[in-house]
Design a protein around this ligand. Sequence first.
Ligand code: UAG
Ligand code: ATP
Length: 519
Amino acid sequence: MTARIPPVLRPEHPSARSLAELVSEFGLDYRGSLDHVEIRGVTLSTGDLHPGDLYVGMPGAHSHGASYAERAKEGGAVAVLTDAAGAELAAPTGLPILIVESPREALGEISAWVYRTNEHPPLLFGTTGTNGKTSTSYLLEGILRQLGLVTGLSSTAERHIGDLTVVSRLTTPEASEMHALLARMRESEVRAVVIEVSAQALSRNRVDGLLFDVVAFTNLSHDHLDDYADMEEYFQAKLPLFQPDRGKRGVVSLDSPYGQRVVDESRIPLTTISSTPGVVGEWNVEITAEEAAYTAFTLTGPEGRTLSSRVPIIGRHMAANGALAIVMLVEAGFELEAIGQALETHGGIDAYLPGRTERVSGDTGPSVFVDFGHSPDAFLNTLAAVRTFTPGKVIMVFGADGDRDATKRHEMARVASEGSDILVITDHHPRFENAASIRATLVEGAALAEHPAELHEVSPPEKAIRVAVSLAREGDSILWAGPGHQDYRDIEGVRTPYSAREEARSALREAGWDEAGRP
Ligand SMILES: CC(=O)N[C@H]1[C@@H](OP(=O)(O)OP(=O)(O)OC[C@H]2O[C@@H](n3ccc(=O)[nH]c3=O)[C@H](O)[C@@H]2O)O[C@H](CO)[C@@H](O)[C@@H]1O[C@H](C)C(=O)N[C@@H](C)C(=O)N[C@H](CCC(=O)O)C(=O)O
Ligand SMILES: Nc1ncnc2c1ncn2[C@@H]1O[C@H](COP(=O)(O)OP(=O)(O)OP(=O)(O)O)[C@@H](O)[C@H]1O
C-alpha cells in the first residue's frame, strides 16, 4: 500500500480570464490563435491538471515539462506556457503557446494575475529560518484565531483554510499552487494568512507574486547542504525575503548569529528579538517557567511594553517562537494589549502543533515525545527541553534522512549521544540509500561525543521505539526525533503509510502504560 498524495487546493469558483488579455498584460511572445481562449487556472503538473488550465511546461531535473503537453491537452489544458525549447516540444498539440525565457520566473506573477490574488490580498505573514518556521506559524495562526480572525496557513505539515485542513506536499507550494490556495482562502473569507517560506522556495521563485506584510527570521544552522554549496550560500538564499519586493517589514531573531547579518543586509524596516541571555534585541524574551505541559515567558519591548504568556509546548525555543509570533503581530499593527487580553482568556497561546515535541504518553509510564527535529541544532534544543523536567533517564530515538544532506549526520548523532542517557539509532526515510550504511554513519558520529550515551542500533523504527519503551521506567523520557507529523516513510521512492505517533502509542499500550490522544 502507498500513502495518498495530498490534493492541491484550488478555488471552487474560479473566474475565467482571457488568454489574449494575459498576453497583452505581460507583453508575451506567442504562437497560435488566442481568440476566445479563456483560462481558469494554472498548473505545472499534469497530475494536478483541471480542464481550462494554462499548463506550464517547466524544464525540470528529470525532464522538460513541455514534453507532457499532449497529456495536458488530453486533461483539458487550453494553452501552454513554456520556454523556447518547450515551444518545440509542445507545438504538435496545436494549443496556443506562450513563450517566456524562464517559465519558473514568470509563474508567480502570471498565477497572481489569473487567480486575482493581488486584488485585495489578505494580511500576509511569512516565516523563514532553519528551525521553528512551522512552530512559529502555528503559534501565530493560533493567536490570530484568538483575536477572532478567520485564518489560513501554509506549512510543512498542513495547509489550513479556516477549519479545513489538508496535509502538505512541500513546505512551500510551487507558485501556481500558492496562488490557487490563496484564491481558495479568499472564497472562505480568510483575513490573515501565515506562510512558511523555505530557502528552496526563495531559490525556486515559489513566493513570487506575494508581498508579505510582515516577514520573520527564526535562526540559521547546519541543514540543506545538499541543496546549497555551503552555509553562506544557504544564508544568501534566505535573504530575498527581507527585501522590499517581498516584505514590507520584518522581525529578526538574534538567537543565532545569522540574525544580525539579516539585519545588516536587509533593506526593509526591521525590529529584533532575542531569547538568548546576553544578546539584547529591541524585544527580549525571558523564560519564567518550564513545565511538562507548557513554557511560560515574559516579552519586553520598546517603551516598557510587556506581555506575559505561555506556549502549550515544552522548550525555551518554543517560547521564543511564540514571542516572535507576537512581535510579528505588533509589527502588523495589532496592539500588544489586545493580544495580551485575547491570550489571557485562553490561559496562553492556544495552538496544536502536530509532531512538534508532541506528547503521546499519558499519566503513567515514561513521557514520550515525537518531534520533527532533523538538524543538530533542533536536537540540542529539544533534548535540553526534555531534560529540564525529566527526573530519570532521557532516551532518544532517531534515524537520518536518506538522499538528504549527509554532512550533518555525524553532528546529529554526536549531539544526540551527548544529550541523552540512552540512544537508539534507527531508520528514518532511507529513500534510495542503504539504511544500514546510514545507521553506520550515525553510530560513528555517536562515538564522537565526549560523554557518549549507552548505544543501541535497532531496525526498523517500529522495533526501535519498542526497545526504547522497554528500557524506560516511570520518570524517564523518550524523545523520538525526525518523523514528527508525517504519515509515511519513503523507502526506495515509495511512500509507505506509517505514523510514528501511532507506533509510539501502540508501544506504550503494549507495555501497559498510558497513552495520550490528540489534544
Ligand atoms: C528538487 C526539486 O526542487 N524538485 C522539484 C521539481 O521537480 P523536477 O525538477 O524533478 O521535475 P521533473 O520530474 O523533471 O518534471 C519537470 C516538470 O514536468 C512536470 N511533469 C512531470 C511528469 C509528469 O508526468 N507530468 C508533469 O507535468 C513536473 O511537474 C515538472 O514541473 O519540480 C517539481 C514541480 O515542478 C517540484 O515539486 C519538485 O520538488 C520536489 C518534490 C522536492 O522535494 N523539492 C524539495 C527540494 C523542496 O523544495 N523542499 C523544501 C523543504 C524545505 C525544508 O525542509 O525546510 C520545500 O519547500 O518543501
Ligand atoms: N526556535 C527554534 N530554535 C531551534 N530549534 C527549534 C526551534 N523551533 C523548533 N525547533 C526544533 O526544530 C524542529 C522543527 O521545528 P519546525 O517544524 O517548527 O521548524 P521548521 O523550520 O518548520 O522545519 P522544516 O523546515 O524542516 O519544516 C522542532 O521539532 C524542534 O525540534
